[in-house]
Design a binder for this molecule. Structure first.
Ligand code: PLP
Length: 437
């Protein structure tokens, strides 16, 4: 049994748990047994994680984009416990509940106006599956089942299930492992790097040519707006997103925007698509939606998409997770959205952006660094070579900071509640790691 004294665990117990973890518990993108041991977190509060030995780390990752309000937040805790006293779960087939309806209202109000219908999914990956299914079913319903492929750009990340993997970057997403069992979609080159970069006409021509060549077999375009997250932490100019919307309109395609990482203010606008004043036909939200408390995501669509699907031969959207619209997750998501809107999130994100820029820009001149980029509350140092993950983590932890590099990327997306001082700790840690490359 695990015994927890306040914030501290005996070295013996720590070792036993970590040994068991390494031998038996699979971690993300890890071999089994693990290549190296994980860190043992026993509690978290505010922006800090407490490890078994009692030491604290500022969480530079916000638990992968999600814990925007920090941990153990009294309002979010209260939302969960209040809901727990009423009903922790109930099936969503034939039943509904005020908590789900309240969250749907918030999402419809907060997302771009044409999005009026909400499907609750149990993770981001499932939300993207549902978005793809919506697009395919839409065209099937119109008697156009030949429209069954998706157009996307390289460098994307949309989740780990098979439908999602097929639209992830073919190299990062390791398509070669599954090429024989994955649908084959249409890939444009990655959007040229740089939020403020002037639109590259050659690139736009490539996009136009690709869309035109495949128009009859395409159901939709799917991309992450402005920021490509786990596919490479790349920022691109709003003009390219506008161009994709124009192409979708020109060829009658649906535009699916995956806002799972970018949503809820992370990029400095509430939605990534707000940078381009573009609205999608289908949109996925997740990660920060529950403030990092529980797994829940949602797929929103327009009246046109919903009516198209519902008038078709199947007449229904063919999806329905067991834990759909889980009341605990929906309650904390509503509380998280209310909390976000009650604070000046835009000012918080702008401040983080300024501190990240000031703290990371100097790393550009380091010999091991290829690029430094910051947008909103996202800071990225791209190394010239793939980084030694445990070595970088050790340096960051010596600076009291948790980061999780991948490939050539050392990056941070701090909780919005980080003070300037705490963000400064994060940039010091990343700078020190970059210096060691
Ligand atoms: C994380 C992520 C997903 C997948 O979400 P999960 O909740 O991990 O399944 C999909 N799309 C984007 C853009 C993401 O960042």
């Amino acid at each position: 049994m695990i015994e927890l004294r306040l914030g501290r665990m005996s070295p013996h117990e720590t070792e036993r748990l970590l040994a068991y973890d390494r031998e038996h518990v699979w971690h993300p993108y890890a071999p089994m047994p693990a290549a190296y041991p994980a860190e043992l977190v026993v509690s978290a509060s505010g922006v800090r994680l407490t490890l078994a030995d009692g030491s604290e780390l500022i969480d530079g990752m916000a638990s992968w984009w999600s814990a925007v309000h920090g941990y153990n937040h009294p309002k979010l805790n209260a939302a969960v416990t209040t809901q727990l006293g009423k009903m922790s779960h109930v099936m969503f087939g034939g039943l509904t509940h005020p908590t789900a309806i309240g969250l749907a209202e918030r999402l419809v109000d907060l997302t771009p106006a044409p999005l009026t219908k909400v499907f609750f999914a149990d993770s981001g990956s499932v939300a993207v599956e549902v978005a793809i299914k919506m697009a395919l079913q839409y065209w099937r319903s119109q008697g156009r089942s030949g429209r069954h492929r998706l157009l996307t750009v390289r460098g994307g990340y949309h989740g780990d299930t098979f439908g999602d993997m097929a639209v992830c970057d073919p190299v990062n997403g390791m398509h070669h492992l599954f090429a024989d069992v994955m649908p084959q979609h249409v890939f444009a080159p990655p959007p040229p790097l740089g939020y403020v970069a002037e639109a590259d006409e050659t690139y736009l021509d490539e996009l136009r040519a690709l869309a035109a060549a495949h128009a009859d077999e395409l159901a939709a375009i799917i991309v992450e707006p402005i920021v490509q997250g786990a596919g490479g932490m790349r920022f691109y100019a709003p003009e390219y997103l506008q161009a994709l919307r124009d192409l979708a309109d020109e060829h009658g395609l649906l535009l699916i925007l995956d806002e799972i990482a970018t949503g809820f203010g992370r990029t400095g606008e509430l939605w990534g698509c707000d940078h381009a004043e573009v609205t999608p036909d289908i949109m996925c939200v997740g990660k920060a939606m529950t403030g990092g408390y529980m797994t829940m995501a949602a797929t929103l669509c327009t009246d046109r998409v919903a009516e198209g699907i519902s008038r078709g031969e199947a007449g229904v959207l063919m999806h329905g997770p067991t834990y759909m619209a889980n009341p605990l997750a929906a309650a904390v998501a509503s509380a998280s959205i209310d909390l976000l809107l009650s604070r000046d999130w835009r000012d918080e994100v702008d401040t983080i952006e300024a501190v990240l820029t000031a703290g990371l820009e100097g790393a550009r001149d380091l010999p091991g660094v290829a690029d430094v980029r910051v947008l909103g509350a996202i800071g990225v140092v791209e190394a010239r070579e793939p980084v030694d993950v445990p070595a970088v983590q050790k340096i960051a932890m010596d600076h009291g900071v948790w980061v999780r590099p991948f490939g050539k990327l050392i990056y941070t997306m701090p909780p919005y509640i980080c003070t300037e001082d705490e963000v400064g700790h994060i940039t010091d840690a990343i700078y020190a790691a970059a210096e060691s490359l």
